[in-house]
Design a protein around this ligand. Structure first.
Ligand code: 13P
Length: 253
C-alpha cells in the first residue's frame, strides 16, 4: 500500500559536473525500476538542482532539495525560497535534518514553519526526526521523537499530512557506520505511526510514509525494509556511489 521512497541526500558533496555524470548513469540503471515497487529521489546541493533536473526530467527519478527558507522572497541574503525550488523542478524538500538542527540551531518552531510553507508552495516535505546517542542512552528516545513530531507537524491539517514523509534518523547512526538494527528502527517507526494516529486518525497513520536513515548500506537495506513500518530510506554516504545506491534502490530484487 505504501510505496517505499529511497532518497539520496548528497549533503555537501558533488559539484555540477560530477552531479550530471552521476545522474546520467542513474537514469539508465534505474529505467526499469517499477514505480509501484519503489520511488526514487536524489537531493543534490542547491547549485546542482537545475542541471540534475535537466537530466532526470521525465524519468522515474524525482528531484529533492536539502533545505529551504520559509519566505517567498525578500532580503534574506544567502537563502533559497520555495518558489525558486519549484521553478527548478523540485518535488521533495528535506526539512529539519539533524545536521541543520545541530550546526544551524534549527528549532522545532522554525522547522514547522518550513514544513507549512513547503506545503503551501506544493513541495513535498521530508521531515527528519531522531535522537542523539546520549538521549538514547538516557532512555529518552520516544520523548525526543515525540517532541520532533508534534513540533514539526504542529497545525498541519488532515488533508496535508499525507504529502509529508517522515524520516527517522537516529543521530548516532548518521555517518557512523553504526545503523540501528531493524528491530530498533521498527520500534521507533511503530511509535511514530501511533503518534500520527493520535494526532490524526488510523487511516492517515497507515498512509504516511516513514523512512529510516542512518548508515543505510547494501548490506542492511533488505532487513530494514522487511520491517512493517519502514517505508524506505534516506541515504547519505551510500547514495554518492553508483554501485551502492543501485543496490539500495533495488533492495526488492
Ligand atoms: P549516512 O547514510 O551517511 O549515515 O547519512 C544519513 C543521513 O543523514 C541521510 O539524511
Amino acid at each position: 500500500m505504501r510505496v517505499p521512497l529511497i532518497a539520496g541526500n548528497w549533503k555537501m558533496y558533488k559539484d555540477v559536473n560530477e552531479s550530471v555524470e552521476f545522474v546520467t548513469t542513474l537514469k539508465n540503471i534505474f529505467k526499469d525500476v517499477p514505480e509501484d515497487k519503489v520511488e526514487i529521489a536524489v537531493c543534490p546541493p542547491f547549485t546542482n538542482l537545475k542541471v540534475v533536473n535537466d537530466v532526470i526530467k521525465g524519468t522515474n527519478i524525482k528531484l529533492g532539495a536539502q533545505n529551504l527558507y520559509p519566505k517567498q522572497e525578500g532580503a534574506f541574503t544567502g537563502e533559497i525560497s520555495p518558489l525558486m525550488l519549484r521553478a527548478l523542478g523540485v518535488h521533495y524538500v528535506i526539512i529539519g535534518h539533524s545536521e541543520r538542527r545541530q550546526y544551524f540551531n534549527e528549532t522545532n518552531e522554525f522547522i514547522n514553519e518550513k514544513v507549512k510553507v513547503a506545503l503551501n508552495y506544493g513541495l513535498f516535505p521530508i521531515l527528519c526526526v531522531g535522537e542523539k546517542l546520549k538521549e538514547r542512552e538516557e532512555g529518552k528516545t520516544f520523548d525526543v521523537v515525540k517532541d520532533h513530531i508534534t513540533g514539526g507537524l504542529k497545525d498541519i491539517p488532515k488533508d496535508k499530512i499525507i504529502y509529508i514523509t517522515i524520516a527517522y534518523e537516529p543521530v548516532w547512526a548518521i555517518g557512523t557506520g553504526k545503523n540501528a538494527t531493524p528491530e530498533q528502527a521498527e520500534e521507533v517507526h511503530k511509535y511514530i505511526r501511533s503518534l500520527i494516529k493520535d494526532m490524526y486518525d488510523e487511516n492517515i497513520a497507515q498512509k504516511v510514509r516513514i523512512q529510516y536513515g542512518g548508515s543505510v548500506k547494501p548490506e542492511n537495506v533488505k532487513s530494514l525494509m522487511s520491517m512493517e513500518n519502514i517505508d524506505g530510506a534516506l541515504v547519505g554516504g551510500a547514495s554518492l556511489k553508483v554501485d551502492s545506491f543501485e543496490k539500495i534502490v533495488k533492495f526488492y530484487e
